[in-house]
Design a protein around this ligand. Structure first.
Ligand SMILES: [Zn+2]
Length: 345
């Protein structure tokens, strides 16, 4: 295993270092930097990055990284973990998905050293982190006022990526197309396999999503030989790859009573929500177009005609997906009942 250098700092086998990568300062001449935690095992193994808050209002990933770094099993780490809890510090400061120039960092990869602020940040992250890794896990949540059911999105046509995605331990996997300018695309161009974990809502910590995320990252690290495999406890969770997914949109503007919740198995024609006028008179029912599972939903009870309200994924066995989501919830509850929530077994 060669010496690793990040931001001009050398990290040797067996060492753990925290590095601050300088980023463009704020107007106020306040210095900005990207916090990077590098932990190298004594023994050889792959190099993985785990990144949070590429979208600055998506906070679950920050807590997932924090808990991951306290995980006891990292003591026996093989290879190198590069954890970046906050990629887009500007967004976190502004509680915003975007950068100060209103660009989306996850559409600005691979970026360039002389580009926009988004491009510079993307370039810094690719150059200093992604290009030094074999695999990566990028942690996201739904947008503002929207929740995602914990799910993995990745290029499942690639056998290695599929094995990683399955090892994460979630029932819901999506074979997601790669959009131009995303971190996944830039990483893929460098031969780095990336999983996207989507769970919870922007600007919120969601305990289920955080627990499933920490467990999932550890599971992937076990799968690729960075951590010792352990005998599985709890229910066995089956994995289901969605055939397709799509958003159901509001046909009226109004006030919403959400009937279907995340993870629900909904039949064709089943009622997802009821939209009413300001006096509570029903305007319409929002119906499920085809039997599926709710993997994303709007939470705010206000909707405008045309707005995306429910993200439905279509599976061959939607009832089994819902059942295994229940089993996962059980596992995570039993698994992590802690006296001190900061120490995770
Ligand atoms: Zn995101």
């Amino acid at each position: 295993m060669k010496d690793l250098e990040i931001g001009g700092v050398t990290i040797k086998r067996g060492e753990t270092k925290r590095i601050e990568l300088p980023m463009p300062p704020l107007y106020t001449d306040t210095r900005m930097s990207m916090p990077v935690h590098v932990q190298r095992g004594r023994r050889d193994g792959p190099t993985i990055f785990v990144s949070g808050a590429v979208h600055g209002d998506e906070l679950n990933g920050i807590e997932i990284v924090n808990r991951l770094l306290k995980h006891k099993s990292l003591k026996y780490l093989k290879g190198t973990l590069i954890a970046v809890p906050i990629v887009n510090g500007y967004g976190v400061l502004n509680q915003s998905r975007y950068l100060p120039d209103r660009r989306d960092l996850n559409r600005s990869f691979p970026g360039s050293a002389k580009g926009s602020i988004a491009g510079r940040l993307a370039h810094l992250f690719v150059n200093e982190i992604v290009s030094k890794c074999d695999v990566g896990i990028d942690l996201h949540t739904g947008a503002i006022h929207r929740s995602n059911l914990p799910q993995i999105r990745a290029n499942l046509d690639d056998a290695e990526t599929l094995a990683m995605a399955e090892s994460f331990g979630l029932p819901v996997l999506l074979n997601a197309d790669i959009r131009p300018g995303t971190l996944r695309q830039a990483a893929g161009d460098l031969g780095v396999k990336v999983l996207l974990y989507e769970a919870g809502e922007a600007l919120r910590y969601d305990e289920f999503s955080i627990r499933a995320g920490v467990k999932g990252v550890i599971n992937v690290m076990r799968e690729i030989g960075m951590l010792n495999k352990r005998k599985r406890k709890g229910h066995k969770i089956s994995k289901f790859v969605a055939r397709q997914s799509g958003w159901v949109r509001a046909t009226e503007s109004g006030f919403v009573n959400h009937v279907a919740q995340l993870g629900d198995h909904v039949n064709k024609g089943g009622v997802l929500a009821i939209i009413a006028d300001p006096y509570g008179t029903e305007l319409c029912k929002v119906l499920c177009p085809e039997e599926g599972v709710v993997i994303g939903k709007q939470n705010i009870p206000l909707t405008q005609e045309g707005e995306a309200m429910y993200h439905i994924a279509y599976f061959r066995k939607p009832d089994s997906v819902a059942e295994h989501l229940g089993l996962l919830q059980d596992n995570l509850q039993d698994d992590l009942v802690l006296e001190d929530p900061t120490i995770i077994d």
